[in-house]
Ligand binder design. Structure first.
Ligand code: HEM
Length: 470
C-alpha cells in the first residue's frame, strides 16, 4: 500500500513530537464566504504535509482543520456536508452530555468560542521554541486582521512540560506528573516497528500493525481488509474523501492539587502506604512510563518509552485478574489490548484494536510546583487532541464505553479514576488481597471546551478553499 504522504497533513501519522514542543491552537470564525475562502487559500500554501522535509528541519509547522459549522461558513454544498459522519455534523457540544461533560464540565460553561458554532477553522502552529510560535502567531493574527470576514474566536497556547531537573532526556510528562504519549498505534507502512504492543495482538503471540485507513480516510481500514464490501459511512464524498482524518479537540483542565491530596490521603489507608504505587495503579504505569504489567513492584529506572519492545505487553497472559495493573487503570481501560477476551479476528465485539486513536495532546499552563497540595488558581491541563477515521467507533467508544463506564471490565459504575468524576462521586477498585477501594474520586479533570473537526488532505483543503460545485 503506497501512502501519499504529500497529501496527508503533518503530525497525523508521524508526530512532530519533542522537536516541536510549543503549540498554538487558533480557532477562526468566518462571516463572509468569499473572504473566508480567500484567506484559507493563502493559508493552504503554508500547510505542512507528512512528507519528509528535505534538508534542514523547518522552524515551525502550520496545520488546518474545519468544523462542520466551518463547512457551512465556507459555502460547501449541503449534499456534500451530508456525507460526513453524523457525530461530526452534530458537533461535540451536542454530544457533550453523552460524553459525560456534566456539572462543571457542562458545555454551557465552556471557554468562550468553543462549542457554540462560532469556531469554523482551527489553525495549529507548532514550533521549536516559544518565541518562534509567537512570531508565527503574530503573522497569523496579521493575516486575519487584513482578511475580510475572518476573525479569531478562541486561542490556546500549549507546551510540553520540561523534564525534571537532572534528567533532561526524560520523556515529556503531563500535569499529574506521568510520562505521556508514548503508547501509540502502530500503522502499516508507517510505524511497523512499533507493532509489538501498538498493533493487533495475534493468536501466535505476535502483533501486526494496523491498517492506515483506521486513521486516514480513503485508505483500506481493518474492516475492508476482511470484507471489501463493508465500509462504515464516515468518509466524506470526493473531492474531500482522500487523505483526511477526523480530529477531536478537548481542553481538559487538571486539578493537580486535588489529585495529589487524594493520593496522599488514600495512601495512608493503603496496606503498603506506598503513594507512588497507588499513583501507578491509577494509570497502569509508573511515572516514568514503566508498565505495571511488566514491572509490578517498582519502576525500571532505565525504562525508555521509545525503546523497541517497551510497549510490548498484554494483560491475559500474566495479569488476568488485575493484580499487577488494575482492571480499571487508565491504560487498561483506554486500550484493553487482549484484556476483553480472545484477541483473534473472530469476536468482532471484543476487537479493541478497532478503537485505537492517535493521540497528539499537549499540556497547557505551568506545572504546579512539586509538593504543593493547595490549588493556586492557575489554569493548567491537557489540550487533548486525537486523530481517527471514525469519531464514534474510536474516540467516543473509548470515552463512553471504557473510560466513563465500568461495565466492559466488570466494574459496575466505576469510571476512570484518573479523569475523575465531574460530580465528585465514585471510586476505583485496586485488585489485591484484600482489594483496596481508592476514593473519593473528585473532579480531577474538567472539560473546558471542545470541537469535532475534519482535517482535510492537502488537495481537499485547496478544494474547500476554492469552492466545490456538486
Ligand atoms: C487529562 C486527561 C488525561 C491524562 C492526564 C492522561 C494521561 C495518560 C497517561 C499518563 C498515559 C500513559 C502513557 C502512555 O501510554 O502514553 C495515557 C495513555 C493513554 N490515554 Fe490518556 N490521559 C488523559 C485523557 C485521555 C482521554 C480523554 C483518552 C481517550 C478518550 C485517553 C486515551 C489514552 C490512550 C488510548 C492511552 C494509551 C494506552 C495504551 O495504548 O496502552 N486519555 N494517558
Amino acid at each position: 500500500m503506497v501512502i501519499d504522504r504529500s497529501d496527508i497533513q503533518g503530525n497525523v501519522l508521524r508526530a512532530y513530537g519533542n522537536s516541536y514542543p510549543c503549540t498554538a491552537y487558533v480557532f477562526v470564525g468566518i462571516s463572509d464566504v468569499g473572504g473566508g475562502r480567500a484567506w484559507l487559500d493563502e493559508t493552504a500554501d503554508l500547510v505542512s504535509s507528512d512528507e519528509e522535509w528535505r534538508g534542514e528541519k523547518p522552524h515551525s509547522h502550520r496545520n488546518v482543520a474545519v468544523t462542520c459549522a466551518g463547512l457551512h461558513a465556507l459555502g460547501i454544498p449541503q449534499d456534500l456536508i451530508g456525507t460526513f459522519s453524523d457525530e461530526f455534523r452534530q458537533g461535540m457540544a451536542a454530544r457533550s452530555v453523552m460524553l459525560g461533560d456534566l456539572g462543571p464540565s457542562a458545555c454551557e460553561r465552556w471557554d468562550s468560542g468553543l462549542g457554540t458554532g462560532a469556531a469554523h477553522v482551527l489553525v495549529i502552529l507548532n514550533a521549536r521554541a516559544k518565541d518562534e510560535v509567537e512570531a508565527e502567531l503574530a503573522s497569523l493574527r496579521d493575516e486575519i486582521a487584513h482578511a475580510s470576514g475572518v476573525a479569531i474566536v478562541h486561542e490556546q497556547y500549549a507546551e510540553l512540560l520540561r523534564p525534571p531537573p537532572g534528567d533532561p532526556a526524560a520523556p515529556p510528562r503531563e500535569q499529574f506528573g506521568f510520562s505521556d504519549g508514548a503508547a501509540q498505534p502502530a500503522i502499516a507502512g508507517v510505524s511497523e516497528s512499533a507493532a509489538p504492543g501498538g498493533g493487533v495482538p495475534l493468536a501466535s503471540g505476535a502483533w501486526r500493525a494496523l491498517a492506515v485507513g483506521e486513521f486516514v480516510l480513503g485508505y483500506p481500514d481493518e474492516d475492508t481488509l476482511v470484507d471489501p464490501q463493508k465500509r462504515l459511512p464516515s468518509a466524506p464524498a470526493d473531492p474531500l474523501g482522500r487523505s483526511g482524518t477526523y480530529v477531536v479537540y478537548r481542553k481538559l483542565r487538571q486539578d493537580v492539587a486535588l489529585f495529589r491530596r487524594t493520593l496522599r490521603d488514600a495512601a495512608a489507608r493503603f496496606s503498603s502506604g506506598d503513594e507512588e504505587l497507588l499513583a501507578a495503579k491509577v494509570v497502569g504505569r509508573w511515572r516514568n512510563g514503566t508498565p505495571l504489567v511488566t514491572s509490578p513492584d517498582r519502576p525500571d529506572p532505565r525504562f525508555t518509552a521509545t525503546a523497541p519492545g517497551s510497549n510490548d505487553f498484554r494483560y491475559l497472559d500474566v495479569d488476568v485478574a488485575g493484580r499487577r495493573c488494575p482492571l480499571g487503570a487508565h491504560i487498561r481501560r483506554s486500550n484493553p489490548r487482549d484484556a476483553l477476551g480472545w484477541p483473534g479476528l473472530d469476536e468482532a465485539g471484543l476487537l479493541s484494536f478497532r478503537h485505537r486513536i492517535i493521540r497528539r495532546g499537549v499540556p497547557y499552563g505551568p506545572p504546579l510546583p512539586a509538593g504543593v497540595l493547595e490549588d493556586d488558581g492557575v489554569d493548567r491541563g491537557l489540550v487533548f487532541v486525537c486523530f481517527n477515521a471514525s469519531i464514534s467507533r474510536q474516540f467516543e467508544s473509548v470515552q463512553l464505553q471504557w473510560l466513563n463506564d465500568g461495565n466492559g471490565f466488570h466494574l459496575g459504575y466505576d469510571s476512570d479514576f484518573l479523569l475523575g468524576s465531574p460530580l465528585g462521586t465514585g471510586k476505583m477498585t485496586v485488585q489485591g488481597d484484600p482489594p483496596f477501594m481508592l476514593g473519593p474520586q473528585g473532579p480531577f479533570v474538567t472539560t473546558r471546551g471542545g470541537e469535532y473537526m475534519f482535517m482535510p488532505g492537502i488537495a481537499a483543503l485547496r478544494a474547500l478553499a476554492r469552492g466545490i460545485e456538486t
